[in-house]
Write a new protein. Structure first.
Length: 210
């Protein structure tokens, strides 16, 4: 791992994440380890550890650190899971998931973002992240079902294909809505999907090709 900004990362975790209630040790460890500044444009690096989303190009953003940690904790990963991520974006959230889960399958519609993220993650040595360029609302059926699904952009409604690719007992965290958005936790039970609203959020829209 490339070092730098170590004190800033530690302060980010203590002040923005632990102080606001995130307790999962694996998530906190990942947030301390992954160099967020490498996932943003060079001119944004001085702001990489502030408590805010940052523009990464193509009209997309990297989520604020607290939201990344909160969503990761909500999946309740223990280390042996297959996780689908919808919206690779900068690749930062994929790196956090890769530190906590066994395998991450990340789908991104915007090719330039995916290729840039792949380059950064490859340089950092991640071998358990798999990439697909395509419509994330369709998921990645070839490797389904997944123990967990994380969606990092907001659809107006939960895509049916993503629910269908969730294992029984699996969990999905997804922001839902347009003008007003809420982060929702979906748990698949044998015959139904259980939903729980977590908190109000603001994400870029989840773009679909259909």
């Amino acid at each position: 791992m490339k070092n730098g900004y170590i004190k800033e990362r530690e302060r980010m975790v203590e002040v923005q994440i632990e102080a606001r209630g995130v307790r999962d040790k694996k998530v906190l460890s990942a947030m301390r380890k992954v160099p967020r500044h490498l996932f943003v444009p060079e001119n944004m690096r001085p702001y990489a550890y502030q408590d805010e989303p940052l523009l990464i190009g193509e009209g997309q953003t990297i989520s604020q650190p607290y939201i990344v940690a909160y969503m990761s904790e909500a999946l309740r990963l223990i280390g042996n899971e297959m996780v689908l991520e919808v919206g690779t974006g900068s690749g930062y959230q994929a790196a956090i998931l890769a530190e906590v889960a066994k395998e991450v399958f990340s789908v991104e519609l915007v090719e330039t973002l995916s290729l840039r993220a792949q380059e950064v993650l490859r340089e950092l040595g991640y071998e358990n992240i798999h990439f697909k360029i395509g419509d994330g609302t369709l998921g990645w059926k070839e490797y389904a079902p997944y123990d967990a699904i994380m969606v990092t952009a907001a659809p107006a409604q939960v895509p049916k294909a993503l629910q269908e690719q969730l294992k029984i007992g699996g969990r999905m965290v997804i922001p839902v809505g347009s003008a007003f958005q809420e982060l929702v936790l979906i748990t698949r039970e044998k015959r139904k999907f259980k939903r729980r609203k977590l908190l109000p959020v603001r994400f870029v829209p989840l773009i679909s090709t259909h």
